[in-house]
Each structure stands twice: as structure tokens, then as C-alpha cells.
Design a protein around this ligand. Structure first.
Ligand code: HMG
Ligand code: MG
Length: 299
């Protein structure tokens, strides 16, 4: 019923830090990324090339990308909203991939990237095509895929349609976002069932925020439907500043613990991820919310 292997995509350096009020110095971000790549994680989203006024926490994107030492076998990516962001991301020949994003609901799309959904499609198409031309892998996030802070429950058909369009433009993978961490396993079952009926499941990833503590249950549900790629953030950091009520991503170390207990391999060292979480906790000087961090370091 469950797969033998699962890929964990670490979004901590981007999603995890984008909402932090304390600016994490560039050198600290780089050291943390090195700890994460040393843990066995195969895929790390480093930062984002959005407008620095919109996300000041990641205004040092160029310096972060330029400063990292790549580890062989790790895929490094960054978030880009448009061609301007892509051009910035491509300045240094470091990134293996870029990640574009849009929402499944009109109001969140407008608040997050200042455009209607209709006006976003040409931007996505151009950015994806340019990135592919530059030889990069492209993942595309579909945010508010289950629930929107302004519009309520999202129509699963809309999620399928947008995902299908982004794959048509050339995206290699779609990451389905529960942006405000509100989906239940039943809703995940309904939306993911529709997605896998129409789209190749190996091109789908799930991106669960854990605001209400349902992310692990949602991951199990998605696993049962054949999804094998999941996003998470070290220490359970994260949240979208343009989605009211959003809080942290599911913690990487919690996902690792659960998968290990289920006999599913990730080849990631939970001890090293916990160390990285503890290290960031000290840096930010605030308690992070992952259960594994509690168990491994505070008992
Ligand atoms: P805008 O103001 O509509 O942009 O912002 P514009 O195209 O009208 O351009 C205005 C100015 O911004 C111009 O400069 C552009 O050059 C500049 P000027 O000519 O006035 O000097 N500009 C840029 N500068 C730097 N980098 C760029 C860039 N693009 C334009 N890439 C924009 C539109 C998309 C830029 C803005 O709305 C933005 O940056 N939004 C980002 C919001 C964000 O990062 N949200 C969080 C990430 S999404 C998320 O967390 C969800 C996710 O985790 C999945 C989930 O949980 O569901 C992925
Ligand atoms: Mg997110």
C-alpha cells in the first residue's frame, strides 16, 4: 500500500525563513543550508528571487546562491515569480532548478503576486519556457489548493485545471500547496484523487503547512494515493506573509520520523536535520514547534 522510497524536498531556507521577522544574516543562512545538504536531503529550495520589498527576509537571495558550496547529488532550486526573478536567479550558474508559483484562488493570487489568475498564466508560460531553455528543471506551486483565507474552500477542479496548464507549459513537477494548513485527510483524498485521475502522479508533490496539526495525516493520505514527493521545512518553520493565518510547514524531522517508522526510506539522517533545527532555533531565539526536536533534544 505504501511506497518503499519517498523524496523529501526541503523548503526551509525559502518558505521557512521568508516569514521570519528577525533577519537571518546571509552567512548564517549559508551555514544552515550546508548542514541541510549534509543530512542527505536531495533537494533544497535555497531562497526566492521575488521583489525584496515584498519579502525582505530573503533580500540577500543573490548572496546566498553565490555563497553556497554545492554538494554532489543535491538538487538546488529557488523560487521565482516572473522572468525578472528568473534572470536574477540565473546570474550565477549555481541553481539546478527554479520554482514558479501561483494560486488556485483569485484573491490569494492577487494579494501574493499582484495579478489576476488570467494575467498570471502568460507570466508562468514565459518564465517556465525561458527556464527550460536555460536547461533548468521547473517545479510549479499551486497555492491555496484546498482552502483560501478569503474565498473559503477551493474547487478541486480549478486545482486540476491549473496544474494541467502548468504541466503543458513545460513544468516538470507540480507542488500542491495547503498554504494555510487547513486541509483534512478527507479533503486531501478528494483533491488528490481527482489530480491522479488526470495527471501523472510522479509529477505531483504535496506541500502541507501544519497550522492545525493535520499535515502528517494528510501526508499518509497522499501516500495511499500514490504520491511520493513531499515538501517540508527543517524545524517546522514557514508561512506565507500574504496568506492570513498561514504558519509553519510540516517539520522535516517529523516527516522523517514517521516515514522511518512506516519502513519508508528517505536516506536522510534525522539526527542531522534535528541538529540543524536546533541550531536555527538558537539563531532565531524562539522555540520551534517540531515534535522530533522536542523528543531528540528536550527529554
Ligand atoms: P509588482 O509590483 O506587480 O511587479 O509585483 P511589477 O511587475 O509591476 O514591477 C514593479 C517593479 O518591481 C519593477 O521595478 C520591476 O522591475 C520590479 P521598477 O521598474 O518599478 O523599478 N520587479 C522585481 N524586482 C525584483 N525581483 C523580481 C521582480 N519582479 C518585478 N522578481 C511581484 C509582482 C510578483 C514581483 C511581487 O508581487 C512579489 O514579489 N511577490 C512575491 C510574494 C511572495 O514571495 N510570497 C511568498 C511566496 S509564495 C508561498 O509562500 C506559497 C508556497 O510556499 C506554496 C504554498 O504554501 O501554498 C510557494
Ligand atoms: Mg508554503
Amino acid at each position: 500500500m505504501y511506497p518503499k522510497d519517498v523524496v523529501i524536498k526541503e523548503v526551509g531556507p525559502r518558505d521557512g525563513l521568508q516569514n521570519e521577522q528577525t533577519f537571518v544574516p546571509t552567512e548564517t543562512k549559508i551555514a544552515w543550508i550546508h548542514q541541510l545538504s549534509d543530512s542527505g536531503l536531495q533537494d533544497i529550495e535555497l531562497t526566492s528571487f521575488v521583489h525584496p520589498k515584498w519579502i525582505p527576509a530573503l533580500k540577500d537571495a543573490e548572496a546566498v546562491v553565490q555563497g553556497i558550496k554545492k554538494k554532489e547529488g543535491v538538487h538546488y532550486s529557488a523560487l521565482v515569480p516572473n522572468v525578472k526573478g528568473l534572470e536574477r536567479a540565473l546570474t550565477f550558474d549555481v541553481l539546478d532548478g527554479v520554482n514558479v508559483f501561483m494560486s488556485a484562488t483569485e484573491s490569494h493570487n492577487q494579494k501574493n503576486i499582484n495579478k489576476s489568475i488570467a494575467a498570471t498564466f502568460p507570466v508562468m508560460k514565459e518564465t517556465i519556457m525561458e527556464a527550460k531553455r536555460a536547461g533548468k528543471t521547473v517545479r510549479a506551486y499551486v497555492s491555496t489548493a484546498f482552502f483560501c483565507p478569503h474565498e473559503g474552500r477551493t474547487n478541486p477542479e480549478k486545482v486540476v485545471e491549473i496544474s494541467d496548464t502548468l504541466l503543458d507549459y513545460g513544468a516538470d513537477e507540480i507542488s500542491i500547496g495547503d498554504t494555510i494548513g487547513i486541509a483534512s485527510p478527507l479533503q486531501v483524498r478528494e483533491t488528490v484523487t481527482r489530480l491522479v485521475e488526470r495527471l501523472p502522479k510522479e509529477k505531483l508533490a504535496m506541500h502541507f503547512h501544519d497550522t492545525r496539526g493535520m499535515a502528517l495525516a494528510n501526508i499518509v493520505t497522499a501516500l495511499e494515493l500514490g504520491i511520493t514527493t513531499f515538501d517540508s521545512a527543517c524545524g517546522g518553520l514557514g508561512g506565507c506573509p500574504y496568506a492570513a493565518g498561514a504558519s509553519g510547514n510540516v517539520a522535516t524531522e517529523d516527516v522523517l520520523y514517521m516515514l522511518d517508522q512506516m519502513g519508508i526510506q528517505t536516506n536522510v539522517s534525522i539526527e542531522k536535520v534535528v541538529y540543524a533545527a536546533q541550531w536555527m532555533e538558537k539563531t532565531l531565539n524562539k522555540k520551534l514547534s517540531s515534535k522530533a526536536l522536542d523528543v531528540y533534544t528536550r527529554q
